[in-house]
Each structure stands twice: as C-alpha cells, then as structure tokens.
Design a protein around this ligand. Structure first.
Ligand SMILES: [Zn+2]
Length: 263
C-alpha cells in the first residue's frame, strides 16, 4: 500500500510500512493463547475496556522498521518471553547477561511510537516534539548518551517489575496473558514528573519522566526497580494490589468476565 507521508524516523519519502505501537509478537502470542488485552482509562474512575484491536498505522519506512526490529525488538521481546533464561531468587527474578542499552532503547521505541502515533487510542501519550526528536535521535544513533555526562536514562528512568497476585485469585498464567496498553499517570506534585506504563508477559514497565530541575539529583536518583547498566538484572516481584491502576483494571476485567459468562 502506498502513502505519501514521510518516514517518521529518517524522513525519507519511501513507501511506509504499517507499524505496530506495541510489537506485533505480543498480539500474536495473545491471540494464540487466547490472551486478553485491555486498556485502563486513566483518571478518576479507572475502568478497563477489553479490546481485541491490534492497531497499526503508517509511521516508518521498511528500512527503519527493520532496523528497530532487528536491533532492539528481537532482544527485547525475547528477554521477557523466554522463561528458561529467568532465575528466581526470593522476591526477585534475575536475568543474566543483560544487555541494558538494547533493552532500554527497545522500551523507548515503544513509548516513542505511541507518542508520535496519530491513532486515537494513543492520543493521551504525547511527549511533545522536542522529546520525540530526542528519542528518535537516540534510537537512530543507537545510543543513550545525549552529551557529556548526560544520558537519556537520567530523564527517562525505566523500571521493570514482575507482577503476581499474592492473594492467589489471579493465577500467573492469566496475568501473563493479559496486556495492559500504554497509559500514564501524573505524580501528585509537579516535581514527581509523569509515569507512563504498560504491561506484557506479566511484567510491568514503568517510564518515569522526571521533571526534576537539579541536574545532580537527576543523575543520581534511582527509582524502585529501575533497570541499570549492569550484566545482571534484578527484577523485583510485586503484588498486583500494590499498583492501583492495575488492580482496578484486573478487577473490572473479572467483573466483565463474570457478566460475560452469565449471558
Ligand atoms: Zn525511515
């Protein structure tokens, strides 16, 4: 199919590919295993809506699409999916030989795509032109460093948390088969910044966009479960109930299922 828009990454006026915001492999495995996808509406009454849609749009040329897929996505999707490589230790899962830059930029590519997306589904995710350009630049150059002693992960701190239901009501498999699409939440204070999140394969991914003014604090402050540039990644296991948005989402999902089964 042909479209006259330019590629959002390299600006070439090539024929654009239909891009997915959340990588296609997740939708594929969700469909195979009859997984569920729901989106949590943010603000006030958080209500979960079940959707089966797998939205695509023309964003990138074939070359850029392949670049993102080969350099970041392949590793990123496999890391969370391949259970054999995961070790459990107490309240953590451990990934050995962790490739930080690839995984970090893989997650950034998802947020960036959602941010530049024209789909109504992602209209609440908008980082603004300046940030979009910065993210795009880091992705294209395959680097996190912005300038001397300043890195993208100083501003976008990404946390990875394994989600379980410690009450035992929702089993691990059901959590893994549920995807929560990208959403955001503002901190209570302005300085708290904004939190973007989504959940796939039983992992909650949090992007904390810091609006902290003090550069020293920006550089040194670490968040809970923040992924770091180390060979070994420790991912804490947390209870669903610790995250209000998720817990609300799952509870309306359960209500939905109950209603559905009664029909
Ligand atoms: Zn391109």
């Amino acid at each position: 199919m042909v479209t006259d828009k330019n590629c959002r990454m390299c600006n070439a006026s090539e024929t654009l590919q239909k891009s997915h915001i959340i990588p296609r492999s997740y939708f594929k495995s969700l469909k195979d295993k009859r997984g569920q996808l729901f989106s949590v509406t943010c603000g006030g009454t958080s209500e979960a809506k079940l959707t089966n849609s797998d939205p695509k749009e023309y964003l990138l040329c074939r070359e850029c699409e392949q670049y993102l897929s080969e350099i970041f996505e392949r590793y990123g999707t496999r890391l969370l999916k391949d259970r054999r490589k995961v070790k459990r230790s107490g309240d953590c899962v451990i990934f050995e030989n962790f490739r930080f830059k690839e995984f970090y930029l893989y997650l950034i590519s998802i947020l960036w795509r959602a941010s530049i997306s024209g789909l109504s589904k992602y209209k609440h995710i908008n980082l603004g032109d300046e940030i979009n350009h910065l993210l795009c630049h880091c992705l294209r150059e395959n680097k996190i460093k912005i300038q001397t002693s300043l890195r993208l992960d100083h501003f976008f701190k990404i946390s990875l948390i394994r989600i379980v239901d410690k009450t035992g009501q929702i089993d691990e498999d059901a959590i893994r088969k549920t995807m929560i699409d990208l959403n955001f939440e503002r901190g209570e204070k302005l300085d708290d910044g904004i939190l973007y999140y989504f959940m796939v394969d039983g992992f909650l991914i949090l992007y904390h966009f810091s609006s902290e003014k003090d550069i020293h604090t920006v550089r040194t402050k670490k968040n809970f479960a923040q992924i770091l540039n180390k060979d070994r990644l420790y991912v804490p296991i947390s209870d669903l109930g610790d995250f209000k948005q998720l817990a609300d989402g799952f509870s309306s999902l359960t209500k939905h299922a109950v209603k559905h089964n009664k029909r």
